[in-house]
Design a protein around this ligand. Structure first.
Ligand SMILES: [Zn+2]
Length: 117
């Protein structure tokens, strides 16, 4: 299981390097992608949940390869079953702060809808 996660993690990094997308840890939300900064923001607590980490990273990578509001929304619609699941719920119960808006690089960020203003 952990080996599998590591493999996907490495594969993800290869894709990230091609697009020069970076990963940055944050205190709020679960995951965000910013096309403006080419950064995937992941909640620092996700590392404790490798399976969920993997799902969120894969999801944000899909956003990083997509552009335009409607295509980005489509990524969310297609992934809704994969992301919003039991491990996600457990994460939110243990880290309820992840649900509340906060600041990323000084900008207002709204979790769940995944928007950084
Ligand atoms: Zn999304």
């Amino acid at each position: 299981m952990l080996q599998n996660v590591t493999q996907i993690y490495k594969a993800s990094f290869l894709k990230i390097n091609m697009k020069k997308t970076k990963i940055e840890e944050i205190d709020i939300g679960i995951g965000f992608y910013s096309g403006k900064w080419s950064v995937i923001f992941l909640n620092k607590n996700l590392k404790k949940y490798p399976k969920l980490y993997n799902k969120v990273l894969k999801h944000e990578l899909k956003h990083s390869k997509t552009s335009g509001f409607f295509r980005q929304t489509w990524v969310d619609i297609k992934d809704i079953k994969n992301i919003f699941y039991l491990d996600w719920l457990i994460f939110l119960i243990r880290h309820p702060r992840a649900l509340f808006p906060g600041k990323i690089r000084g900008k207002l960020a709204i979790p769940i809808i995944g928007i950084i203003f």
